[in-house]
Design a protein around this ligand. Structure first.
Ligand code: CP3
Length: 404
């Protein structure tokens, strides 16, 4: 079992009382009561980025992936939305394809398009030629995380708050990452990887295992350097049927999670793990299980056969729900003990305020039955979003009490 460094925010306890971690822990007691946090936590996927003028100014003249690998810049961009919107989490400014770049693969992010590879990975030979990712390559990631957590601690001090805002680390899930690698660029239906998992399952398994390894290590590098939670993005898993997901993808996502499950357990802390995808209503129970199945047996997160109690809560699996699935229904599918994250429809960020406010109140109400609920969007912030609307959304959510 791996220990977190002694100066890790979770080990020092400085993020422990943060509303975000309270809800991720699923604070429902045996009596069915909830320990209520000081305010209702909210953050936004893609909160750092093009919707912020201060981001565009800082990024000018630097490519996306170069910005991610400049520790000073990555930390500053991560902090920008926390300062501006008063969100309850910082999400590390990076990208799911960073581990590919760190492994030496020719990849860039084309503005308005997304990740593009110099040469797609389509054959067994292509997969066999994939480079090893050297652990030392994560140095700029660790440095950026350390600068970010120092910045978050300083911000809490300035604002006279005792709980420091937690940083969430992340990675792309093996399917989503492999989808970009096989297609070489964004695609709608992900025909390439779906054909490969059936037509040449050995090559698929080798590719997905490679992706799980680099993504899992990327997440672990962020957690070891100071992130208090970690989220795996399987943005495109919704293009898979249940059987395909279970047979060809879930084991690889579990392998990615296995790099971070149980970290800190012997020090009495747990790192909440979140699994998010879009259009994944049919598979969210399998996505939840991928978190706990990644846990080593006997770690508490996943008891050894015969060991006391299958305490799923110990692994703190959290499911991110996109805007298509009502949270009450999501809770039925994953069980009330699983905390949920989501699911404000990003399309409504441009609707009249009354419409948006009503929608947010409905989302809050539909999440009330879950063991914990962290408000978020059902997918990322659209680049054209008015940042003032986001600030107003945060303040509305903070003002909605828990009294019912
Ligand atoms: O604020 C945050 O959420 C933090 C950082 C973050 C980025 N990408 C920064 C980014 C995170 C968590 C991601 C994850 C990511 N990257 C995903 C999973 C989440 C999702 O949206 O489904 C995916 C699929 C990618 C791959 C990727 N990177 C795409 C599809 C794009 C958009 C390309 C475009 O221009 O439309 C990117 C670029 C990207 N990643 C930007 C940011 C801030 C925009 C870069 C810019 O400023 O031009």
């Amino acid at each position: 079992m791996t220990r977190l460094p002694d100066d890790h925010p979770l080990v020092r306890g400085i993020t422990a009382d943060a509303p975000l971690l309270n809800q991720y822990r699923g604070t429902r007691t045996a009596a069915g009561e909830q320990q209520v946090p000081s305010r209702r936590p909210v953050w936004f996927m893609r909160q750092a980025g093009r919707s912020l003028p201060e981001y565009r100014a800082l990024r000018e003249g630097t490519t996306m992936l170069d910005a991610c690998l400049d520790p000073e810049m990555a930390a500053e961009i991560t902090l920008q939305p926390v300062r501006r919107h008063d969100v309850d989490a910082a999400i590390f400014f990076s990208d799911i394809v960073i581990p590919l770049r760190l492994a030496g693969i020719d990849v860039e992010i084309k503005p308005g398009v997304g990740p593009v590879l110099g040469s797609p990975v389509r054959t067994r030979a292509d997969v066999e030629a994939l480079p090893e990712l050297d652990e030392a390559a994560f140095a700029p990631i660790a440095e950026a995380v350390q600068k970010t957590t120092a910045g978050l601690e300083a911000l809490a001090q300035e604002q006279g708050r005792s709980a420091v805002t937690p940083l969430i680390g992340f990675a792309g899930a093996p399917f989503t990452l492999a989808a970009y690698m096989v297609e070489g660029r964004p695609s709608r239906d992900h025909l390439g990887p779906r054909a490969m998992m059936h037509g040449d399952p050995e090559t698929w398994n080798a590719l997905a295992a490679w992706a799980a390894d680099v993504s899992g290590r990327f997440m672990r590098a962020q957690v070891m350097a100071g992130a208090s939670a970690a989220q795996l993005f399987d943005s495109w898993a919704g293009s898979l049927g249940r059987e395909d997901y279970a047979a060809h993808v879930q084991p690889h996502s579990a392998a990615a999670f296995s790099h971070v499950t149980g970290l800190g357990a012997e020090q009495g802390v747990e790192v909440p793990l979140i699994h998010f995808g879009t259009g994944t209503g049919d598979i969210i129970d399998l996505m939840r299980d991928a978190i706990t199945e990644g846990a080593p047996q006997g770690s508490g997160a996943r008891p050894a056969p015969g060991e006391e109690g299958s305490d799923r809560g110990a692994a703190h699996p959290v499911v991110g729900v996109d805007y298509r699935l009502n949270l009450t229904e999501a809770g039925r599918r994953v069980g009330a003990e699983t905390p949920l994250q989501g699911n404000i429809d990003p399309a409504l960020l441009t609707a009249p305020w009354e419409v948006l406010e009503n929608h947010i109140r409905q989302v809050v109400a539909s999440g009330a039955g879950a063991a914990g609920h962290v408000l978020n969007l059902g997918h990322g912030v659209p680049p054209e979003t008015d940042p003032e609307v986001l600030t107003r959304v945060v303040s509305l959510i903070h003002d909605i009490g828990y009294e019912g």
